[in-house]
Design a protein around this ligand. Structure first.
Ligand SMILES: [Zn+2]
Length: 85
């Protein structure tokens, strides 16, 4: 399971940070490389370029900013229902 793997790696990264820093750079770089490898095959949001493990039906990440909502075809309510036309 990718999610499980990701959790394991996240945990591994955290435990590295919790330790007193030792000059064990290779181990850290190796872990970072694993994270990069995992992200490599992941799709990116068409709008903001965010790398996510899953895009929604509009090809976007899970953000709900007005720009993302507009791209999904969801009408975004204006902040003020002003008279600006
Ligand atoms: Zn996005």
């Amino acid at each position: 399971m990718i999610a499980t793997l990701e959790a394991n790696i996240a945990h591994a990264l955290i435990s590295v940070e919790e330790k007193v820093w030792e000059p064990n750079r290779e181990v850290t770089l190796e872990r970072l490389r694993i994270v990069e490898m995992m992200h490599e095959g992941w799709p990116q949001c068409r709008l903001c370029g965010q790398t996510v493990n899953r895009l929604d039906s509009a090809g976007l990440c899970s953000k709900t900013s007005p720009a993302h909502q507009e791209r999904r075809g969801i009408p975004v309510p204006k902040k003020k229902a002003g008279s600006r036309s």
